[in-house]
Design a protein around this ligand. Sequence first.
Ligand code: OVV
Length: 399
Amino acid sequence: MTTVLTDRRIVSDIDPFSPEFRADPFPHYAQLRDLGPVVWLEKYDIWCVQHYAQVKAVLSDWENFSNAGGGGLTNYFKTKPWRRPSIILDVDPPEHGRTRKVLMGVLSAPALKAMKPGFEAVAARLIDAALDAGTIEAVNDLVLPFPLTVFPDAVGMPPLDRHIMLKYGGMVFGAFGPTTDWYHELMRDAETVSAWIDAHCERDVLGADGLGAGIYAAADAGDITHEEAKLLVRSLLSAGVDTTIDSIGLALRALVDFPDQFALLTEDPALARGVFEEATRYDSSSQSLFRTTLREVELAGQRIGKHEKILVLIGSAGRDPAKWEEPDRFDIRRKIVGQIGYGWGIHGCVAQMMARLEGEVFFRTLGEKVGSLEHAGPSELRLVPGLRGLARLPIALTR
Ligand code: OVV
């Protein structure tokens, strides 16, 4: 008698990219966690993992769970990518280590320290202006201008037309999910937007002492080619702005939603780092990412075939009660060990310390200057697949 291994799997019709799911993913995450550690999403023919343990396991095992299949739903082993793949996100070791090292080098602790006064000046100016206005739409009036100023400043970009970075961010993160009418509409400008981005990755456009110049210096030193330097600048411009805008926006909304936590911040603005750290667990701009299997593997007892996509729900891992006490409580004094909101392992967000610095400076300034903070209307989500963030957050604030 022969034993036949049947491919038993837990199947769900949940659509993690549907507007209903995305409007409030957290109850859906709980549902998925109840279904099991590895679930087959029949709508997209992909797997998903939703528990902290499996999320971390997948992200730690780059030999089986590859990035070369692309960061989004599109499987680069089967479908042509929309742009030349990233030389840091969409590659595995050993190539990955070399490019990652260059970005780690330019994003060193001393480099970040040098950025801080500039961040503080911009945060103070924006928050003072918001206080003068009293009632604002916080996403566009306060949150968005902060990363959209300090990040390109740090890269060394010229001041003009920086909002084009947001269009490009939409294209990059839009491509992480299923391509909808919204995406096709956005992609109508792809050529001009990509050309603008491309031009702003060139050495002669970038200032002499920014992150861009640092990347080109690594090329001069022979660590990477000059062509690779250009592509690493593109990675910064791809991933550096939307992510922090959305994360700071969601963190600000959490503070408005939890007045007791905002009161703690005003009493002790040094809790600002805790605000952003907790928000990165509780409601982060990066809710999910993908890996693709390089071979047949077994994960938590589930057999997974070669070149299959796995949706890694880091937003769900951040709310897994097996890892976090009272995960649905926003607690800025929570001791976070094992932050999963920046991903994990060799592809964990390379600029996470810069993101944390932006968050810290923003919320410290807020805690120092703002006495009261309230909703002034309903907030609205920005439904870009691949990122979670707000389109609108009307607030009223006083000194
Ligand atoms: C983490 C991330 C997101 C989007 C784009 C890239 C990286 C890139 O390297 O281009």
